[in-house]
Design a binder for this molecule. Structure first.
Ligand code: UD1
Length: 352
């Protein structure tokens, strides 16, 4: 298949491109090589893609004319170009909306104009907000957004909105209500909704992969937009203790970038199974194994031979406490499962 990968010069994009090439697809990358992500001006990404024989079109997905020109004749578009991370403060809000929501609208318009009928895009488990919780007395409950006073008092666990009792966290399935808790999350919900509208109105098929916490070789180095695995690894390899927020008990699903790449390949290739004509389908993509942020810090400090983590009690208001989801739908419908074990995956970390 001829496949255009937006954001194909990035961390996840690089792994997806490699996996598509291994399946003998013809790949073109469209990437803006944002200077806050590609701090070398994009030289390393250009060299890597060049060595793989992949053409890179340097441009922004918000340039609809450019996107239209390059998606013309493609069998599928894999849309990864986005501004990622939690964001620094509300000054980032319009840039997130512009890159992610407007950017996706432009990609969808361009696909429609060029007759492309298959889109697979990166969404995130952050669309759910807090994960699934159960109260012994009230059953499944949805805790409200976190209260700053409780966080400041060191009360990190959400409690039952009806009786205040402790809750048990569970895995979330794709039919859970979306409840984004920060700007980035809101733009990922919008991306999914726009893709659903596009599919319905044009008869195309759209798939959104709700990625968990991705790590692996080529991770972006510690920046305000880096995920926790990159931040901890950067600290540990520089002889600093990882700074664990809250009490370190936050539950996440850390999934290796090679597993993410194989999920994109499965979604692109699964004509009919994922995203029938006119439909949008979302899939959770995680390892299925729950770890705490504290576990991750301990594991990385050990691997790097760095000092033990420090549990700081600090918190970020936009963070959710626990979010882990079931990837059963991806297994059933795409035939995909994660294969890289946590400790093995962490032992191969490196930075881009
Ligand atoms: C992360 C990504 C998000 C992506 C999602 C799913 C970032 C910033 N977030 O969300 O873009 O969509 O995975 O792939 O890339 N923490 C610490 N110490 C630190 C930094 C973070 O303890 O120095 C804690 C946080 O409080 C949080 C957890 O680690 O509880 C995870 O943080 P992070 O990786 O930043 O964000 P996620 O919300 O999991």
């Amino acid at each position: 298949m001829r496949i255009v990968v937006t954001g194909g010069a990035g961390f996840i994009g690089g792994a997806v491109v490699r996996a598509l090439l291994e399946e003998s697809h013809d790949v073109v990358v469209l990437d803006s090589l944002r200077p806050d992500v590609h701090r070398d001006g994009g030289d390393a990404a250009r060299a890597r893609l060049g060595a793989q024989g992949v053409r890179i079109v340097e441009g922004d997905v918000r340039d609809v004319t450019l996107v239209r020109q390059h998606v013309h004749g493609a069998d599928a578009v894999v849309h990864l170009a986005a501004k990622v991370g939690l964001g620094v403060d509300l000054d980032d809000m319009d840039d997130y909306v512009s890159c992610n929501a407007v950017g996706t609208a432009m990609v969808l318009r361009a696909c429609h104009d060029a007759g492309v009928t298959r889109l697979v895009q990166a969404s995130s488990m952050v669309v759910y907000g807090e994960g699934a919780y159960e109260c012994e007395e009230h059953g499944p409950v949805a805790p409200p957004p976190r209260d700053e006073q409780r966080l400041a008092a060191g009360l990190f666990e959400p409690d039952c909105p009806h009786c205040g009792a402790d809750l048990v966290p569970h895995l979330v399935a794709e039919d859970a209500v979306m409840d984004p808790r920060n700007t980035y999350a809101a733009t990922k919900v919008t991306q999914e909704q726009l893709a659903a509208v596009w599919a319905r109105e044009t008869g195309a098929s759209a798939t959104s992969l709700r990625l968990h916490n991705v790590y692996g070789p080529g991770m972006p180095r510690s920046t305000p937009y880096a995920g926790v695995a990159a931040i901890f690894w950067s600290a540990s390899t520089s002889g600093q203790p990882p700074q664990v927020f809250e009490d370190g008990g936050q539950r996440r699903d850390f999934v290796h970038v090679d597993d993410i790449a194989s999920a994109f390949v499965a979604a692109v290739q699964s004509e009919g199974a994922s995203g029938a004509a006119g439909e949008h389908t979302a899939y959770n993509v995680g390892s299925g194994v729950v770890h705490t942020v504290g576990d991750l810090a301990t594991e990385l400090a050990l691997l790097a031979g760095g000092p033990s983590p420090v549990v700081t009690g600090r918190y970020r208001l936009g963070d959710v406490r626990h979010i882990t989801a079931s990837s059963d739908r991806a297994r059933r419908e795409l035939g995909w499962t994660a294969t890289v074990p946590f400790t093995q995956g962490l032992s191969g970390l490196s930075f881009s």
